[in-house]
Design a protein around this ligand. Sequence first.
Ligand SMILES: *Cc1c(COP(=O)(O)O)cnc(C)c1O
Length: 229
Amino acid sequence: MSEMSTTIAARLEHVRRTIAEAAERAGRSTSGITLVAVSKTFDDDAVRAARDAGQVDFGESRAKALAARHDADPALGVRWHFVGRLQRNKVSLVAGTATLIHSVDSMRLAEAIATEARDHQRVQRVLVQVNAGEDPDKAGFSIDEAPTAIARIREIPGISVQGVMTIPALGADPRPAFVRLRTLRDELRESFPEIVHLSMGMSGDYELAVEEGATLVRLGTAIFGPRDG
Ligand SMILES: *Cc1c(COP(=O)(O)O)cnc(C)c1O
């Protein structure tokens, strides 16, 4: 094993242990928590090292990068998640390739994804992005508009809304945003039982997110190390 592989394997082990400890504090089982390794900006060797250390779910935040990584090795045996801002003219690169699109932030994007999926006789699994931290720089529906938007999106054939995702405001305490997102998910689930997922938590705040109920955490630097740019 190269030094890089050893380091990535050790970081993954540390992250998994940290998730398990946070889950235990919250009285949760780790079986309901999926670690998504966000490989954006890191090279293919890093992805392979993580895969060899047992990592199955990977994320990319750019459509071209996700398509290129998937097409380079469709048999790698990993699942690709799309976590970034998706432009409508890039939907064809992502729909069908991504196991889950975490970042549906407008009705028009939902329509575009659904159209692409229907063209290929597929149903695309998505999460709806919610700006739970009320950050003017962040995409997503507000907490107030999310229930109506989600009720409409889930009626569109070709798309299946499985939960909600948030990116908390930079520099603010993320916990209140995580609590708001969980509360929203709990309310939605009463009407729509398929809305189960809470995608929240990044390298700096995933312990809190797990304590507050995250079912998907999206980690880059905690697994792959510092990003150059
Ligand atoms: C880059 C990115 C992550 C991972 O960020 P880290 O701080 O490196 O863990 C998670 N979610 C989204 C949407 C991202 O763009």
